[in-house]
Structures are given as structure tokens and as C-alpha cells.
Design a protein around this ligand. Structure first.
Ligand SMILES: Cc1cc2nc3c(=O)[nH]c(=O)nc-3n(C[C@H](O)[C@H](O)[C@H](O)COP(=O)(O)OP(=O)(O)OC[C@H]3O[C@@H](n4cnc5c(N)ncnc54)[C@H](O)[C@@H]3O)c2cc1C
Length: 266
């Protein structure tokens, strides 16, 4: 919604109406969505249009009267194979030469030409070491777009390359905000598991065990504080609240750096 308004103002397009129509469709039908943003990327030192294999970043390969046709592959699409809809976003800031890669859209997960290559799901088969139960797990996929057709009313960015980076950044900020929020909850699971394990062994009062439990509590509460601070001091853009990017990013970096401590403690 934020970026659609900016693009419409600059280019006289009607993306905001399309986004709102799609939003209402998703809400009305209570659809589950996965986001395919991370391209396979190829040579990281090269821009999308400089890649030897032109499909390393998802791109427009055909423009038709009724829509566009896209090719490419996205990786690590969390819950893609079990979602109703896939939203595709650009992964990075782009230059004019990347125009065909500056594209955002939504397709049903069973769109023709869309393929999911799913990693093995240990939790499903019963992984005895999993803290999360067999009924609450995530799948992820290599998501391949092999000449997938997207009708115009589901295209939300098309060759407006100068706004691609801002779209990527804005989504990532919301996404990191969800990450710091759920990591407090995940840490709680590990904390509970560690406490039960310590009790079962009669060592919950041993000083080094208590130290580990305190470390885990600190992680959990720092995540919770980061999420609350980001929500309570948002940036407002186009009348919409964005989680405070500084608090969100600091918390996310802390989360990544210290998550291994939580696992170690557990
Ligand atoms: C659990 C999990 C869930 C995820 N869920 C989703 C999802 O639902 N949807 C989605 O779209 N993505 C998802 N992702 C993808 C995630 O956003 C990417 O993994 C992340 O952006 C990094 O990309 P990459 O794995 O290709 O690593 P790379 O970009 O290849 O990075 C690998 C290393 O190379 C370095 N590097 C990369 N480019 C450069 C450069 N130009 N110059 C110097 N160094 C460089 C990096 O800093 C890093 O150290 C998920 C990832 C994980 C781990």
C-alpha cells in the first residue's frame, strides 16, 4: 500500500487500487500467503541484468495485453507449498538496466508453471530432537517460475525500477519485526524445555544451570522489548505505520547473534 501510493503519484499508475482489491480478496477468503522475495541471485557481485544466466533474478519475459509472463526462481520460501497465494517482491535496489527485474505481483500457489521443490521435513516424519511439535512446523521451498502468467490486476510493480529497493526494504522491515516478535515466543519454548530437563536431572538450582536459564530469559525479554519499542515508536509513511526500523534492525541483529546461546542453554 505504501509503495503503490508512491509509484502511482510518480507514474500515474493505478497500483493502489489493485493492491486494495487484492487485499480485500485475501481478507474475504481468509487466504494464507507466502512471500517469495529472495532470488537465487547467482554471482552476488553482479546486478540482476549483469548475470550470465538471465534467470538468476525473477524477471518479466513477455508482456501481453492481458498481463505479463515471468521466469526465475526464489529460494527459502517459508510455507510456500502450503499457502493459497504467493506474493512476489523484488529482492534489492535496482538500476535502469534492471527494469525487467523490477516486478511485484501475486499468483495462486497452483498457478500454471509454478513449481515448489521442498526440503525434507524432519518434524513431519517425527524428529525426536525437535522442540516444536510435529503439528507445528514450517516447510520451505525453492520456488520456480517457469513462464508463469500474471494478469494485470495482480501486478503491483512493473518496471518502475527506482522504487524496487524501497519496496524490498519496506517489506523486510515488517518481516524483521515479525521475526523479533516470534523469537521471544520461540525462546520461551526453549526455556521451558531447558527448565524441565534441568528439573528431571535435579540440577535446576546448580549455579551454572541457573546462569544459562537467566541468559535465556534475557534473550526472550530483550526480543519482547525490541518488538514493543518498534511498535510503540513507528515511522509513519503514506499514513501507514512502519515498525521503527532502528529498533527492529538492532533487535534482529541481536536475535541472530545470540540465538545460538539460547539453543546452547537449552
Ligand atoms: C529460516 C529462513 C526463512 C526464510 N524465509 C524466507 C521467505 O519466506 N521468503 C523469502 O523470500 N526469503 C526467505 N528467507 C531468505 C532470506 O531472506 C535469505 O536467506 C537472506 O536474504 C540471505 O540470502 P542468501 O541465503 O542467498 O545468502 P547470500 O546473499 O548469498 O549471503 C551469503 C553470504 O554472502 C554475503 N554476500 C552476499 N552478497 C554479497 C555482496 N554483494 N558483497 C559481499 N558479500 C555478500 C552475505 O553477507 C553472506 O555472508 C529465509 C531464510 C531463512 C534462513
Amino acid at each position: 500500500m505504501i509503495i503503490a501510493r508512491k509509484v502511482d503519484r510518480k507514474y500515474g499508475t493505478n497500483y493502489y487500487d489493485r493492491v486494495m482489491k487484492y487485499y480485500e480478496y485475501v481478507v474475504k477468503n481468509d487466504l494464507a500467503i507466502a512471500v517469495a522475495q529472495t532470488d537465487v541471485k547467482g554471482n552476488r557481485a553482479k546486478r540482476p541484468h549483469e548475470q550470465e544466466d538471465k534467470d538468476m533474478y525473477l524477471r518479466v519475459v513477455e508482456v501481453r495485453d492481458d498481463g505479463i509472463v515471468v521466469n526465475g526462481a526464489k529460494i527459502h520460501t517459508t510455507q510456500g507449498p502450503v499457502a493459497n497465494e504467493i506474493i512476489v517482491l523484488p529482492y534489492r535496489a535496482m538500476v535502469e538496466g534492471d527494469r525487467d527485474y523490477a516486478v511485484a505481483f501475486a499468483v495462486p500457489a497452483n498457478a500454471k508453471g509454478l513449481k515448489f521443490i521442498v526440503r525434507p521435513v524432519l518434524e513431519y516424519d517425527g524428529n525426536p530432537n525437535a522442540v516444536n511439535s510435529a503439528s507445528r512446523f514450517e516447510v520451505e521451498s525453492l520456488t520456480i517460475f517457469d513462464h508463469v502468467f500474471v494478469p494485470w490486476d495482480r501486478v503491483f510493480l512493473f518496471r518502475e525500477w527506482d522504487l524496487a529497493g524501497q519496496l524490498a526494504w519496506t517489506f523486510a522491515t515488517y518481516h524483521r519485526f515479525t521475526a523479533i516478535s516470534y523469537r521471544a515466543a520461540t525462546a520461551n519454548l526453549y526455556l521451558g524445555a531447558a527448565l524441565y530437563a534441568a528439573r528431571a536431572n535435579g540440577i535446576e538450582n546448580a549455579p551454572h544451570v541457573r546462569d544459562w536459564l537467566v541468559q535465556m530469559i534475557m534473550y526472550k525479554e530483550i526480543m519482547r522489548m525490541g518488538a514493543m519499542a518498534a511498535a510503540l515508536e513507528p515511522w509513519i509513511d503514506e499514513g501507514i505505520a512502519i515498525p521503527n526500523p532502528v529498533y527492529t534492525n538492532v533487535s534482529k541483529l541481536y536475535a541472530n547473534a545470540h540465538f545460538i546461546d539460547v539453543v546452547h542453554g537449552s
